[in-house]
Design a protein around this ligand. Structure first.
Ligand SMILES: [Zn+2]
Length: 415
């Protein structure tokens, strides 16, 4: 099972926007670019809203059937580990093995020794074709890299083999993710991580590093854009040599997590993948719920009131909602509108405050981030929320399609 050159992680909290998202992906065909949709949903998300992986599978299958999509598509068990992979096995054909929690745990001395031995031939001067910078690989550096990552990649190997045993080799796509950590991995670390991935026999088709800078949920990239450019470019080139050196899948590519809304780096990623003729996977699923909120606000009446109520409840339950996302949001609570302010808004004002158009005078990224983590409150509304989505299906769907195509895909491919 092969993931294409370009793929987008889509999907949504309530499994209602499959068609609207696929429409956005399909528009790309008019520009001569084929993107493979990957419906992804993490265990964390399933736990928060009490949904099951089967629902994501059904959403994907139904959308594909309704719109007559004949190209490949996938359902991703996002950020899984050994403790929760079980319930995803039957419904997914893409597995994002998350090793972030194991980074820094020590492998045995014997294992580290073996790794250093396997990679002895890289000792000394090391250059990456296309990169001017020269690197020096020492035994000490190899030991340090092994100390940081070997245990984690060995864990990934165990999880991979578990999935392989259940599903059969070649019947699913494997991603290795380590994005949810504080420290970015350097391109040299990436090279040796891929050496470990290969040694574990993991046929990774995508790898999700932690890049430099903040990848906060639902808002733009925060960080040194030129540093990001350098790192992203070196990662692209490192993957090339790793594929050859370690005999990894030819289509191995970078996966960018919390990829939605990182508008200031989209042109950079777009330019570099074009320059080197590389593929990319971008995960954008999480903010589809915000497009639902925008659509419902625009619908007015009861739907608008529902969104206002969710925000007000979100303010009251701030710690509970923001806590689990502490490392991936930056909310300045002094910039949050008060309940009475929000109560006075019309639908247009709420939509403009929430919609990610960075230079719109009403846009408020603090409001947007709080709404982002408040999806649990929409889930608590149960059928009332879902019925409003049904009632305003077209208006909401248009927001979802426009968001993925006009604000994301167009920026990446410079249409
Ligand atoms: Zn991630």
């Amino acid at each position: 099972m092969q993931l294409g050159k370009y793929s987008f992680g889509i999907g949504d909290r309530f499994a209602m926007q499959g068609e609207a998202q696929l429409k956005g992906i399909m528009k790309t065909l008019e520009y001569g670019i084929e993107i493979h949709p990957v419906w992804n949903k993490s265990n964390r998300e399933h736990m928060t809203i009490h949904s099951e992986p089967l629902q994501t599978r059904q959403e994907a299958d139904e959308a594909v059937k309704a719109l007559g999509w004949s190209k490949p598509y996938f359902v991703d068990a996002d950020h899984i580990n050994m403790s929760n992979v079980g319930k995803f096995i039957d419904h997914c054909d893409f597995f994002t093995i998350d090793v972030a929690d194991f980074i820094g745990k020590k492998a045995t001395d014997e294992e580290i020794k073996q790794f250093v031995k396997n990679n002895e031939k890289f000792l000394g001067k090391f250059s990456i074709p296309g990169v001017e910078e020269q690197f020096e690989i020492t035994r000490k550096l190899l030991q340090e890299i092994a100390g940081k990552f070997l245990f984690a990649i060995k864990q990934a190997g165990t999880i991979y083999r578990h999935i392989e045993k259940k599903k059969g080799a070649g019947n699913f796509v494997t991603e290795v993710s380590m994005d949810e950590v504080a420290e970015a991995q350097s391109p040299i670390e990436m090279f040796f991580i891929l050496s470990m991935v290969a040694a574990e026999g993991i046929p990774a088709q995508t790898i999700a590093p932690k890049f430099t800078g903040r990848f906060n949920k639902g808002v733009d990239y925060v960080g040194d854009v030129s540093l990001f450019r350098k790192e992203f470019e070196q990662d692209l080139l490192v993957i090339d040599i790793a594929i050859t050196e370690f005999d990894l899948p030819k289509n191995l590519k970078l996966s960018v997590h919390s990829g939605s809304d990182k508008f200031s780096i989209y042109p950079i990623m777009g330019e570099l993948i074009k320059k080197y003729d590389k593929g990319i996977h971008v995960k954008t699923a999480g903010t589809t719920w915000l497009e639902e909120a925008i659509g419902l606000a625009m619908a007015g009446g009861e739907a608008l009131q529902m969104i206002k109520d969710i925000y007000k409840a979100g303010l009251n339950r701030y710690d509970e909602l923001a806590g689990p996302y502490a490392t991936v949001i930056d909310i300045d609570t002094s910039k949050l509108p008060t309940p009475s302010e929000v109560e006075s808004w019309d639908g247009e004002t709420l939509a403009n405050t929430l919609r990610h158009i960075p230079d719109h005078p009403q846009y408020n990224l603090h409001f947007r981030q709080l709404m982002h983590v408040s999806y649990k409150l929409a889930a608590e509304k149960g059928e009332t929320y879902i019925n409003l989505l049904r009632e305003h299906r077209d208006l909401v769907g248009r927001q979802v399609t426009e968001n993925i195509f006009d604000r994301h895909i167009k920026r990446l491919f410079a249409f």
